[in-house]
Every structure is written in structure tokens, then in C-alpha cells.
Design a protein around this ligand. Structure first.
Ligand SMILES: [Zn+2]
Length: 271
């Protein structure tokens, strides 16, 4: 059986509280040999590291998600540096910019909506900048979350592009944007969206991404692949994702396993 890694899972979420051992057992039975639990803030980073200490197949990314940026202290760097030193902290993230739901859309009031949006975006940019700095300092790569923010995000990573590397997780953009990312020497990773009936544009991006330039992930508990679409997602479902990706890449599961796992071990040297 071909083995795979789940390079992006939110194992610290309450979604797995009741059956965590069974989730891990199903992952192992499906040939998933390493899982990176991705943090969304500092408390989540500590939970991910605790899981990594307890389970040999689990590793952690430590960081702060842009959608929670407004809750972040002014400077997350001192604590993040400490967490990043952990032997099983393999990356910084997830971090980035997310303009999908801006304050002006939620009906929250206080200041003029446009000013409120600017404050929200500014805080995201500050927290992202701090994480890029810690990535450079610690020699860890970054796991990038980008939603409705590509141009701003791409501009912000430019000064760091030669000093750290990143993976645009859950890639769902055009082939043109894919080429910009690969042009920096950065990577992308693909989720269960590749299996969706309406996922043809993602499959086109997969087809355009050479082996060695992408990794696989679930982003669980979100984005369960077909035939589990709409249900809680879990790391075992990398199997279904890998089957679709192998079909698109016209390669065997063994070739896909070798390429994606090697890419992950190079990108996350502590894995
Ligand atoms: Zn995520």
C-alpha cells in the first residue's frame, strides 16, 4: 500500500475529542504515516505540540491564523520563538491574510465600515509579518493561508522570499498564480476539493503543478473529499485525495507517494 502524509490537519479541534484514538487508527490503516497538526493561535500551538509529544506520527506547526489576528497580542514573536524550538515543531503557521469575511460584511458597527476593515487588515498584516520574521530566525518554513487576499499577500512575502520558503495550503487559485508561487521556489498543497464535481479548475492547477512542487493535505475537519463530502474530514481521507491526484497526474500511487513525501521531508526538515 502506498503511504502518504497529511501535511495540514487541525487535530487539536474539539471535533476529534470523542474519538481521537479511532481517528488516528483509521489514518494508520489508510497508510497515513505522518500528520502535521496546524495551529491557529498560541494556545492551539501548545495543544498541537502536546499531541506531537504523545503520538509518534503527529508533528506540529506553530502560529496564528489571520482570521484570529484581531485577538492576538501586539507581539507574538517571543512566545512563538520558544514554541518553534520544540523538536517536533516543523513549521510556522498557519499564517497569512484572509479578506473573505471583513468586519464591514458582518454588520458590526463602531467606526465607518471601511476604516474598520482597514484596521482588521492592518492587524493581519502585522501578525503575518511577525511570523515571517520568526520563520527566518528559526529556519522553519511557513504554511500560508490566503483567501481573497492574493495581491497583498504576494507583495508582503516578496522581501522574505529568498530567506524562507512557504507553502500555499489548500491551493485553489489560477494556473497563472500557481506559476508566480512556483517562480519564488515556494510550494502549494492540495485538499479534498480536487475530488469535488465542481473542482475542475483545481484539477487543472494540479495538472499544471510538477511532481516535487506540491504536497497533499486534508485541512480536516473541513473539506472532506468525495464520497465523504459534507461530513467531518479526517487524515485517513488523504487516501481519496491521493487517488484523484494520481489520476490527474497520470502517475501511480507509488510514484505520487514517493514524490509528495520527499517534497514534504525536504520542506519540513524536522519531519
Ligand atoms: Zn487550516
Amino acid at each position: 500500500m502506498a503511504f502518504f502524509y497529511d501535511t495540514h490537519a487541525h487535530l487539536d479541534y474539539d471535533d476529534y475529542k470523542s474519538d481521537f484514538a479511532a481517528v488516528l487508527a483509521r489514518a494508520q490503516a489508510a497508510g497515513i504515516t505522518k500528520i502535521i497538526s496546524i495551529a491557529t493561535d498560541l494556545a492551539s500551538s501548545r495543544r498541537a505540540l502536546a499531541l506531537a509529544e504523545k503520538h509518534p506520527l503527529i508533528y506540529a506547526a506553530v502560529g496564528w491564523h489571520p482570521s484570529n489576528a484581531h485577538e492576538a497580542p501586539a507581539d507574538i514573536r517571543p512566545e512563538l520563538r520558544e514554541l518553534a524550538r520544540h523538536p517536533k515543531a516543523v513549521a510556522i503557521g498557519e499564517c497569512g491574510l484572509d479578506y473573505y469575511r471583513l468586519p464591514s460584511m458582518s454588520g458590526a458597527h463602531g467606526v465607518a465600515p471601511s476604516a474598520e476593515d482597514e484596521i482588521y487588515k492592518q492587524k493581519q498584516a502585522e501578525i503575518f509579518q511577525q511570523q515571517l520574521e520568526v520563520a527566518v530566525e528559526t529556519g522553519l518554513n511557513v504554511i500560508v493561508h490566503q483567501r481573497s487576499s492574493f495581491d497583498d499577500l504576494f507583495a508582503q512575502i516578496q522581501p522574505f522570499a529568498a530567506r524562507t520558503r512557504g507553502v500555499f495550503h489548500c491551493f485553489g487559485e489560477s494556473v497563472e498564480r500557481l506559476q508566480k508561487i512556483l517562480g519564488l521556489g515556494w510550494l502549494v498543497s492540495y485538499t479534498g476539493i480536487v475530488t469535488f464535481k465542481n473542482g475542475q479548475s483545481i484539477r487543472d492547477a494540479v495538472a499544471a503543478t510538477p511532481l516535487g512542487k506540491f504536497m497533499l493535505e486534508t485541512d480536516c475537519p473541513y473539506l472532506a473529499p468525495v464520497p465523504y463530502r459534507g461530513k467531518r474530514c479526517e487524515p485517513a481521507f488523504v487516501k481519496e485525495i491521493s487517488e484523484t491526484v494520481a489520476q490527474v497526474k497520470l502517475c501511480s500511487l507509488d510514484e505520487l507517494s514517493a514524490a509528495t513525501c520527499r517534497t514534504a521531508r525536504e520542506f519540513f526538515p524536522k519531519l
